[in-house]
Design a protein around this ligand. Structure first.
Ligand SMILES: C[S@@+](CC[C@H](N)C(=O)[O-])C[C@H]1O[C@@H](n2cnc3c(N)ncnc32)[C@H](O)[C@@H]1O
Length: 352
């Protein structure tokens, strides 16, 4: 892989592509099957021989076959039992006994993986296969679909080793003439779970026809490889300390805990152990909490609840059910101040 921000994968040779008889037995005729050659450069570049490559949406086992060809071990999760059987059959024909587990990674034990490489499911693809709980192709709304995607990548983060990359291939979609910014939304979800690195645009050879003047329709023959890493964020420690002090001076009560508090008390010289955020424990008082959210919002902090943007006002029940609100302030110099705001249980809210 070179450092170009785009990649044109070669089509798979017949020996690696999905065999026609397997394709014919699939509910979608294998139309959502990727290419081995699309995956191999990423496997080579982001993992080492002997590593374990995870695909949480393994479909027909394309990533697992690529992993095998590159001397890695593949681990796949596929929610649809018929697809999982087709993937096993495909890989068996290559002499491979693939580790494919039927189900969603959230809820199953995956052990440890060095790299996650996957193609996310397409929203609104008209799935006609089995009705299985958790099948993202069958989610009734885009919000349900994205929430399912978040659940899967949350579990991926727990499985991935520190420093491991999570690469999701996704494209923006047009469903019934309406555009769905799937790639952007997947990136936003990954942003809340991992540290963003890069995106590569994958371009697939496709015939280009003349476009009528003013027509916005393209042949949509590209997608994005969104490259993320599981590692600690680098935050602006001095800026964080200044914000914490400003909060105190503005009359907000909080108790600092976690890595930032330890770092302030003890000083940690080892970069790897530097705090990646500041954890604040706040009294469970509606007016104070909303005032704090407004204070932060007015100073350029973006507020999110489990990765989703929120307005600077939140009911107490939501604080209690979601455990924390994240406040990120990104400066024009690229700096990041990250506060994780948690609430004390009501009974102990006198602390701080
Ligand atoms: C785009 S396809 C992956 C195709 C695969 N990259 C290949 O080339 O063989 C997405 C797959 O995700 C599966 N899927 C949907 N929801 C899932 C979930 N919650 N957990 C695991 N797999 C799921 C679908 O059944 C589908 O096979």
């Amino acid at each position: 892989m070179n450092n170009a921000s785009w990649l044109i994968p070669d089509a798979d040779p017949p020996e690696w592509s999905l065999p026609a008889d397997i394709r014919a037995r699939d509910a979608l005729g294998g139309r959502d099957c990727g290419w081995v050659n699309q995956m191999r450069p990423f496997i080579r570049h982001f993992s080492s021989p002997g590593h374990r490559v995870l695909d949480p949406f393994c479909g027909f086992g394309t990533t697992l076959l690529g992993a095998h060809l590159e001397g890695r071990h593949g681990l796949g999760f596929e929610i649809d039992p018929d697809r999982a059987a087709l993937a096993r059959e495909r890989l068996q024909r290559h002499g491979l006994h693939a580790d494919i587990r039927v189900g969603s990674i959230n809820g199953l034990d995956a052990g440890r993986a060095n790299l996650c490489l996957t193609n996310v499911p397409y929203f609104g693809c008209g799935w006609t296969g089995a009705t299985v709980d958790g099948q993202l192709y069958l989610q009734p709304t885009y919000a349900d679909f994205l929430s399912g995607i978040r659940g899967v990548f949350h579990a991926v983060r727990q499985t991935l080793e520190d420093g491991g990359f999570c690469i999701a291939m996704a494209q923006n979609l047009v469903v019934a003439g309406r555009r769905f910014p799937l790639a952007w939304d997947v990136a936003r979800i990954l942003d809340s779970l991992f540290v963003a690195h890069e995106e590569r645009v994958l371009c697939y050879p496709a015939a280009a026809l003349p476009a009528n003047p003013g027509s916005t329709k393209t042949n949509r023959s590209h997608e994005y490889a969104l490259v993320y890493q599981k590692r600690r964020e680098t935050v602006d420690l001095k800026g964080t300390a200044e914000v914490l002090e400003a909060l105190r001076l503005s009359g907000f009560s909080y108790e600092l805990f976690g890595s930032f508090q330890q770092w302030q008390e003890q000083g940690q010289p080892i970069a790897a152990r530097l705090p990646a955020d500041a954890d604040l424990l706040l009294p469970l008082e509606q007016d104070q909490l909303n005032a704090l959210l407004r204070w932060l919002s007015a100073r350029g902090f973006q507020l999110t609840l489990w990765g989703e943007p929120i307005a600077p006002s939140l009911p107490l029940e939501t604080w209690q059910s979601h455990h924390y609100v994240r406040a990120d302030c990104r400066g024009r110099d690229g700096s990041l101040i990250r506060l994780d705001l948690c609430c004390e249980p009501k009974s102990t809210s006198a602390r701080g």
